[in-house]
Ligand binder design. Structure first.
Ligand code: NDP
Length: 247
């Protein structure tokens, strides 16, 4: 048994849901390691904010679609910190457009970051977690993973794929006491929604039974539960958190 701090790896921690997760896990007593693609200033500010509050946190630039970079980061982190207690595969992008006119680059970029990235990260840490004999992996899906969303074939494919990964990986890792679950958010109030005009956001709110967009903290509370022993009998599941949108 190691005497090192329990730590969580959160991909895509500089903005939106990831940033909310970084703060929530810091406050919950984890050492938080997060990745980002290019937002170095935001990463440094976030580290500083957590450290000022007495929490333990470190950000690393690491492209989630770059297998070599991920393997290098994983070997550095495992040497320094042992296995993570929790991995949250949160980093995700969207490049919307109708399939008929979608560039293959937009298709491949989204698949690479959202789906391949989850595979690269999870594989890079899985053996260390198996050796540790416990852990929780959370994949960030979306309601677009099971409900059609015109203009998002690439994004929907990755999120549906992540839910398949979640179920199959849960079966592979359960005998090592590692649980794998997915969270499928509906509309969450983050930068990702900034491109949606206000009038459209108003219409979206009207369609949500709870009459509001979700907040990052709604997601963080569920993730913390799925990371804790309180959920020790839950694996292979996808949790929709959408204010009733898809009911
Ligand atoms: P944001 O766009 O606000 O933030 C994305 C984060 O991912 C940033 O930290 C970004 O880093 C990082 N990132 C992007 N590409 C890469 C990459 N190649 N490698 C490493 N990091 C990368 O996203 P949200 O917070 O809105 O969404 C987070 C997750 O939740 C995503 O998987 C998304 O699909 C899912 N989701 C979000 C919903 C929403 O309403 N917001 C709804 C349903 C699902 P940098 O800042 O450096 O670019």
């Amino acid at each position: 048994m190691s005497n090192k701090l329990p730590w969580v790896l959160i991909t895509g921690g500089t903005r939106g849901i990831g940033k909310g997760l970084v703060k929530a896990y810091g406050a919950a007593g984890y050492h938080v390691v997060f990745t980002y693609l290019s937002a170095q200033n935001q990463a440094l500010e976030l580290e500083e904010e957590l450290q000022t509050n007495g929490y333990s946190c470190k950000g690393y630039q690491c492209d989630g679609g770059d297998e070599v970079a991920i393997n290098e980061l994983a070997s550095l982190l495992i040497t320094e910190l042992d296995a993570p207690s929790v991995i949250i595969n949160n980093a995700g992008i969207k490049k919307d457009g109708l399939l008929m006119s979608m560039d293959s680059k937009d298709w491949l970029d989204v698949i690479n970051t959202n789906l391949n990235g989850t595979y690269f990260i999870t594989r890079a840490f899985a053996n260390a977690m198996i050796e540790a004999g416990e852990g929780s992996i959370i994949n960030m899906s979306s309601v677009s993973g099971y409900r059609g969303s015109a203009g998002q074939t690439n994004y929907s494919a990755t999120k549906a794929g992540l839910e398949g990964v979640t179920r199959s990986l849960a079966l592979e890792l359960s005998r090592f006491n590692i649980r794998v679950n997915a969270i499928a958010p509906g509309y969450i109030n983050t930068e990702m929604l900034e491109s949606i005009p206000d009038v459209q956001k108003k219409n979206i709110r009207k369609k949500i039974p709870l009459r509001r967009l979700g907040e990052v903290n709604d997601i963080a509370e569920l993730a913390l539960f799925l990371s804790s022993h309180k959920s020790s009998y839950i694996t292979g599941q996808t949790f929709v958190i959408d204010g009733g949108l898809t009911v």
